[in-house]
Design a protein around this ligand. Structure first.
Ligand SMILES: NC(=O)c1ccc[n+]([C@@H]2O[C@H](COP(=O)([O-])OP(=O)(O)OC[C@H]3O[C@@H](n4cnc5c(N)ncnc54)[C@H](O)[C@@H]3O)[C@@H](O)[C@H]2O)c1
Ligand SMILES: Nc1ncnc2c1ncn2[C@@H]1O[C@H](COP(=O)(O)OP(=O)(O)OP(=O)(O)O)[C@@H](O)[C@H]1O
Length: 585
């Protein structure tokens, strides 16, 4: 306790306090007088109205903190429940697909016994499927997510009606049953892997909500190419993928699953619709686009979609291009993923970012052609576009599943965790910087519920591993293989020399808060676009998005990544030492 405080408390006229004060002033303070002073202060604090108010304020602020914590926990609980619901949904889709496959096999066989067994199993599966739908349904009723609830209900209804009719939707109508049977037999092995481990991208890309909305959409969905994804890795057991993340046999813990694998895409039916996205204001891009559209339509008989700007350019070139399709307003863009089998980009990395930003949910596979200066994400050479597209359309192709970050701005974070603005999906990074302010940014950072640090500097980059070769790299972050799931936490010019970049695991939610004592607001930008002001009290929540961006590889994801850093950055390029120098003897 400072002497001035003692003085001020003594001036309230407490007798013992004034005695102790005079003694200490005379330099004869002893333990007794100290004891008296402390006691006096304590009593005084209890008596004075100021002390009472302080206590109330402390109590009040603690109560506020508790409320904020509870709100935060509820929001985090909500997010994890949503993720769980999505997982159930995915499993339901997988199971349904399995039933369809089984039904096809059974329908080709006249054996009654088999049919009987299938029906028993199918009914059991259906019951399980129903249970699995019911759980997320209950959850959505709870949290009032009306839209998701409708979607799940529609699926339940669809399943019920399929049961009543005694048949289940057979997916693509294009292939005949015989063809499918042959296909099934010839791909038995990969199918087995797929059923257990793969992603049935046809299902992932389908928006069932919209197919119940209109027949037109249903037709579009029927026209969408079906493919399946399987993954592989060079493991010890004949490249076999295992289910368990960790196996525990006879006391030995062994990691069995690798978090990152090379993904392979195999078309199950031919792609029919292609979307071409082009960098604007480039003559070479325009010329290539014209050639490509012609070739895709005339030689490959594909439907071609382009942006409205490009359609106008094509029609200015020749009125023959009136078969090229486009959209009228932005709301139609939200349905693109249902119609489009493949996206082709003509430009640099910025055009791939542009393509990714058009899909706020699932993204069809992207084939990026390099017409920029660097091209970390654009492995295909435009001179050989016919050969490249031929091989992609034939399949199978290796793809890189590029993770995206889902970013939500929460205004006045403590109060409004439920009222978030429209989220942003970024393929490279979200940057929080000081904008035009000349003050240091002051950002409080949390990883789930743990405080990470306070960023004082020019700002912070939260990057995907695909973005690790972009802004994050320039700010001193590491380069990371794009298939590694993780969130890069890279400060921009930190005002502390010990502030090194971090890489956080994929499952965390990072929360960046502009504290109330910050000297200036901060600015968030998403893949270098869409700047948003973050005022004091606002927060940015960032977690891994469920919809990655699948980009086709020239060779495979590792080869393409290494080539891009060698060619793009001349990484570790150094003249080799000559052999005729000094040698150890
Ligand atoms: N100091 C910097 O390095 C810096 C500063 C601002 C923005 N950027 C990057 O620019 C991106 C936006 O790109 P744009 O094309 O719309 O803007 P732009 O036209 O200004 O190009 C930025 C450059 O970044 C490169 N780039 C983009 N994504 C990359 C990636 N994943 N790996 C390696 N290089 C990549 C592009 O090839 C281009 O050369 C942002 O997401 C950000 O990563 C970098
Ligand atoms: N279809 C599009 N519509 C509008 N803007 C686009 C489109 N495609 C790309 N862009 C924007 O154009 C800019 C340049 O694109 P991109 O990076 O692909 O070309 P580049 O700058 O020549 O390539 P590099 O960056 O490799 O030199 C980017 O900011 C990107 O966001």
């Amino acid at each position: 306790m400072s002497p001035s405080k003692l003085d001020s408390t003594a001036s309230f006229g407490h007798e013992e306090a004034s005695v102790s004060r005079s003694r200490s002033e005379n330099g004869s303070a002893d333990s007794l007088s100290l004891f008296h002073s402390e006691k006096a202060v304590e009593e005084l604090l209890q008596q004075t109205p100021v002390a009472g108010m302080d206590e109330h304020l402390i109590e009040f602020s603690e109560a506020l903190r508790t409320v904020a914590k509870a709100l935060r926990r509820a929001a985090e609980g909500k997010a994890s429940a949503q993720a769980e619901a999505a997982e159930w949904k995915r499993r339901y889709e997988l199971e349904r697909t399995r039933n369809i496959q089984m039904e096809r096999k059974v329908s080709g066989n006249n054996n009654c016994e088999m049919l009987q067994r299938w029906w028993i199993r199918s009914s059991l599966d259906n019951a399980m499927g129903m249970l699995r739908i019911m759980l997320p349904c209950l959850f959505f009723w709870e949290v009032g997510k009306e839209q998701n609830k409708r979607m799940l209900e529609a699926r339940m209804a669809e399943r019920l009606s399929a049961e009543t009719k005694g048949c289940i939707d057979c997916g693509r109508v294009k292939n005949s049953d015989n063809q499918l049977m042959q296909q099934n037999e010839s791909t038995e092995h990969s199918e087995k892997i797929c059923m257990n481990n793969g992603i049935w991208s046809h299902e992932v890309l389908c928006d069932r909500e919209s197919d119940s909305n209109s027949n037109a959409d249903l037709n579009n969905m029927m026209n969408k190419a079906s493919f399946k994804l399987s993954w592989w890795c060079n493991g010890e057991n004949g490249d076999q993928h295992k289910h368990d993340i960790v196996s525990f046999e006879k006391g030995d813990i062994t990691t069995a699953e690798r978090s990152s694998k090379q993904i392979s895409l195999k078309w199950e039916s031919d792609p029919q619709t292609v979307l071409i996205l082009t960098k604007p204001n480039s003559v070479s891009v325009r010329i290539l686009c014209i050639q490509m559209v012609r070739w895709l339509k005339e030689k490959k008989k594909l439907n071609v979609y382009v942006e409205p700007r490009v359609r106008t350019e094509l029609l200015a070139e020749s009125s023959n291009f009136n078969y090229v399709q486009t959209w009228k307003d932005d709301s139609e863009i939200t349905h693109l993923h249902i119609k489009v089998d493949l996206v082709i980009t003509l430009g640099g990395d910025g055009t791939v970012l542009w393509a990714a930003s058009m899909f706020k949910g699932p993204v069809p596979p992207i084939v990026p052609f390099s017409l920029g200066s660097l091209g970390f994400m654009t492995p295909f050479h435009s001179e050989h576009f016919k050969e490249c597209l031929d091989s992609v359309l034939r399949g199978p192709i290796s793809i890189t599943l590029r993770h995206r970050l889902l970013c939500r701005v929460v205004r006045d974070a403590a109060k409004n965790e439920y009222e978030t603005e429209e989220p942003f999906l970024v393929l490279n990074e979200v940057t929080i910087d000081r904008g035009i302010s000349s003050y240091l940014t002051n950002l409080e950072c949390y990883c789930d519920n743990s405080f990470v640090t306070c960023v004082q500097g020019d700002g912070l980059i939260l990057s995907t591993t695909s973005g690790s070769t972009a802004y994050s790299l320039a700010a001193g972050g590491s380069m990371v293989h794009p298939q590694v799931p993780g969130i890069l936490f890279t400060p921009i010019c930190p005002h502390s020399l010990s502030f090194r970049p971090l890489i956080l695991p994929e499952h965390v939610t990072v929360r960046i808060v502009v504290p109330f004592n910050s000297r200036s607001p901060a600015w968030a930008s998403f893949d270098g676009k869409d700047r948003k002001l973050l005022a004091a009290g606002d927060a940015l929540l960032c977690s891994m998005a469920p919809w990655p961006v699948p980009t086709a590889c020239q060779v495979d994801s590792t080869n393409d990544f290494l080539r891009s850093i060698h060619d793009g950055l001349h990484w570790n390029l150094r003249k080799t030492q000559s052999f005729d120098g000094p040698r150890e003897t």
